[in-house]
Design a protein around this ligand. Structure first.
Ligand code: TYD
Ligand code: MG
Length: 464
């Protein structure tokens, strides 16, 4: 193939690269790469293919960069998930269900960044008119404070070559691709959104980012059926993978980092989808608890760690006699298998009669809890509903439930307790500490329990 016989050389400094780069990483000149035939044409056997000057070993001490010089973002929750700002040359993938707010969040970001440098927003999904309407909506409701800044350029384009040409012409300081599934490389036969196209186009964006230091955001849709040809496929190719989640019918949105070469993973930013776009929720625990009905049976407060941040959430349980057939177990925001396990432990170890009860568990606010630390709260919510007895309103419940009905310790207890205390909770039911390592905060009563049974007694009103 012709591709293996040529390489690209910067006409300004002589640096070579396997692909034509927009901006030369060595001399910083734009548009200087010209294709040249490799000497001796076909590479001889035994010689590594594609060995160019770019892959010369260098002393670690001489390598510059290393996460320095991040571009600051005033959307704090977004910056937090990215690990503190946008890293030059980083390739960031933002996945999520259609309609969840990916375009909105990135348009807001673009509008916010534009006064500090050109932002190129490439859309393959919406016309510039539609994007303008959205931008005006964001402006009108105060979701973006900078006005329609000069630095924000829109283009409707899906052809990879054309996009690269626009980047060369515009020389943006941030590039946003909405979405990667609509981009296609005309040299490939397969259609846009196919596995081949996704891989190839993402790889070209990766080279562009690495070669020029341009940070690139790729939007990717996750679809229930088409998971294969979606963001999952690209996860290993990019530096950072963020997922925007949440219930479409509820207003909270969680931006979660599942991979981050430049920061902590599992970090979560919380937003509310409002009339003015994605509004940051700086104190999510407060927001998640806002609508709680105090002293209602079936309501328990769990403390879950989302990345480095503890979040207080209400877990609701409802039991109701089964009308016919098998009893139902329905979980919203919690792993259904975890619900089955907890129900079984409640039935077998505590003797609760759940055999002819439908059980519903719901995590308020559209949050999805994947941590076993919320087991105790879930069990307590169910038990509280069965017994029609409320849980103590000023108490949080922390702990993993084991199959023997024992309560197991969970990590980062101190951080959880601090958050509970900060929100005015007076007590916490938690697993009895066998090792005293972590120093726990003072000013919140610790009610330690060895078993789920003990924990429920300590957590319920009028007992313990
Ligand atoms: P969008 O960003 O287009 O989602 P995605 O790019 O992930 O597919 O968001 C679409 C939804 O957001 C749509 O249902 C309308 C709603 N929305 C608001 O609630 N407020 C707003 O200010 C905007 C722009 C959109
Ligand atoms: Mg969109």
């Amino acid at each position: 193939m012709a591709k293996t016989k040529t390489h690209y050389v910067c006409q300004s400094c002589g640096r070579t690269a396997a692909k034509a780069l927009g901006k030369c990483p060595q001399c910083g000149e734009w548009d200087t790469y010209v294709e040249e035939l490799l000497e001796g044409s076909a590479p001889s056997r035994g010689k590594a293919k594609g060995l160019t000057a770019a892959s010369k070993p260098m002393l670690l001490a001489d390598v510059n960069g290393g996460g320095e010089g991040r571009l600051l973002l005033s959307i704090g929750e977004f910056a937090r998930v990215l690990g503190g700002g946008v890293v030059p040359g980083s390739l960031v993938l933002i996945g999520g269900d259609p309609g969840i707010g990916k375009s909105t969040l990135l348009l807001q970001t673009a509008m916010e960044m534009a006064p500090r440098g050109t932002v190129l927003y490439v859309s393959g999904e919406e016309s510039p008119g539609q994007i303008k309407m959205r931008a005006e909506r964001l402006l009108g409701a105060g979701g973006a404070s900078n006005g329609l800044a000069d630095g924000l350029l829109l283009v409707t384009e899906t052809n990879m070559d054309a996009i690269l040409q626009h980047v060369r012409d515009v020389k943006p300081s941030i590039l946003i691709i909405d979405s990667i599934q609509t981009v296609y490389d005309p040299e490939l036969d397969s259609s846009a959104g196919s596995v081949t196209q996704l891989r190839e186009c993402a790889d070209q964006f990766r080279q562009l980012a690495k070669g020029t230091g341009l940070p690139i955001f790729l939007i990717g849709h996750v679809t229930k059926e088409g998971v294969i040809a979606g963001p999952r496929l690209l996860e290993h190719m990019v530096d950072t993978v963020l997922y925007l989640e949440g219930d479409r019918f509820q207003s909270y949105r969680l931006l979660r980092a599942v991979k981050n070469r430049f920061g902590a993973t599992a970090e979560v930013g919380v937003f509310e989808m409002a009339a003015g776009g994605m509004i940051e929720v700086p104190n999510p625990s407060e927001a998640f608890l806002a609508e709680r009905v105090v002293n209602a049976p079936g309501s328990a407060i769990a403390v879950t760690m989302e990345g480095t941040r503890p979040l207080l959430v209400e877990v609701q349980g409802l039991t109701s006699p089964t009308a016919f057939g098998n009893p139902r177990r329905s979980a919203n925001g919690i792993d259904p298998n975890r619900l089955l396990l907890i129900s079984a432990v409640l039935a077998r170890r505590l003797g609760l009669k759940l055999g002819e009860q439908d059980i519903f568990v719901n995590v308020v606010g559209g949050l999805r809890i994947s941590e076993p630390a919320a087991d105790l709260a879930m069990a307590a919510a169910i038990a509280s509903s069965v017994k029609d007895t409320p849980l103590r309103a000023d108490t949080v419940l922390i702990g993993e439930v084991g199959l023997s009905g024992e309560l197991r310790a969970v990590p980062q207890t101190a951080a959880r307790l601090r958050e509970a205390k900060a929100l005015g909770f007076k007590a916490a039911v938690l697993p009895k500490r066998l090792r005293t390592g972590e120093e726990l905060p003072k000013g919140i009563e610790l009610r330690e329990a060895r078993t789920l049974k003990e924990g429920l007694v300590l957590g319920m009103v009028g007992k313990g």
